[in-house]
Design a protein around this ligand. Structure first.
Ligand code: NAP
Length: 248
């Protein structure tokens, strides 16, 4: 028996990278998948077609995770279409890096809207349906940078630290309704987000990783699958680092 048969999962920003790997691991385990993307409609369609090989229902929507009413409408549609929503993964995220001295107000606001407000938007919308079904697993993708801080990323680090506070508070508020809420803090994962770094900069990061390699999106997806499934049914309010030991 597959771990997520009959479950419905909603993942923000899953056209590529970590979100896409999570979608594949959930679909492989029998979950129906609804995911969003923003800039590339074509890439969203390609990913949706790839996910269908797992024999589950897949719906891709172009929807901005930072738009409160759009997210609310989409989640209501998912509940109507599938009759339930079991798993929420808040994965959509962006960077607008710069030293604080040079960071614009717009760079601060955009990162906060997409990385942090989006998490409020989705959780607010799933709370009622998850309470009615007395079941839910919410997984928020934070970052080691949200724990440790990072020069050149005050906006990103603050948004990812905010996700941790939000995660723990939601776990406290909704635990009695059998809704769990956990965060994953990835370290250096090989995706488009980290592709911009030079080979030399990547090698410098690897020096500080005890497992001596960068992470792959599948490393994060394996942890997300554990948190989504009933194997983790007594785990809530936690932040799990998937970082090769970087922050040890
Ligand atoms: P990525 O390759 O850049 O993918 C980001 C995804 O989010 C894309 O599917 C993108 O869709 C979507 N997206 C961006 N803005 C959106 C919005 N406003 N609404 C809906 N979707 C949106 O990034 P990644 O490396 O896989 O990162 C995924 C998550 O992990 C992020 O939250 C990131 O902060 C976190 N993380 C990554 C690393 C790392 O090393 N890569 C480390 C720690 C944490 P479009 O392409 O269509 O815009």
């Amino acid at each position: 028996m597959k771990q997520l048969t009959g479950k419905t999962a909603f993942i923000t920003g899953a056209s590529r990278g970590i979100g896409k790997a999570i979608a594949h691991s959930f679909a492989e385990q029998g979950a129906n998948i609804v995911f969003t993307h923003l800039s590339s409609v074509e890439q969203g369609q390609v990913t949706a077609d790839e996910l269908k090989v797992h024999g589950v229902e897949v719906h891709a929507y172009r929807s901005d995770a930072s738009n409160f009413s759009a997210v609310n409408d989409l989640i209501q549609k998912i509940v109507q279409d599938f009759g339930r929503l079991d798993i929420l993964v808040n994965n959509a995220g962006i960077t607008r890096d710069n030293l604080l001295l040079r960071m614009s107000e717009q760079d601060w606001d955009e990162v906060m809207q997409v990385n942090l407000k989006s998490v409020f938007n989705t959780i607010k919308a799933v709370t009622k349906p998850m309470i009615s079904q007395r079941y839910g697993s919410i997984i928020n993708i934070s970052s080691v940078v949200g724990i440790k801080g990072n020069a050149g990323q005050v906006n990103y680090a603050a948004s990812k630290a905010g996700i941790i506070g939000l995660t723990k508070s939601v776990a406290l508020e909704l635990g009695s309704r059998n809704i769990r809420c956990n965060a994953i803090a990835p370290g250096f994962i090989q995706t488009a987000m980290t592709e911009e770094l030079s080979q030399a900069a990547t090698e410098e990061w690897v020096k500080y990783i005890p497992l001596k390699r960068v992470g792959m999106p599948e490393d994060v997806a394996n942890c997300a699958l554990f948190l989504a499934s009933d194997t983790s049914s007594y785990i809530t309010g936690q932040v799990i680092q998937v970082d090769g030991g970087m922050l040890t």
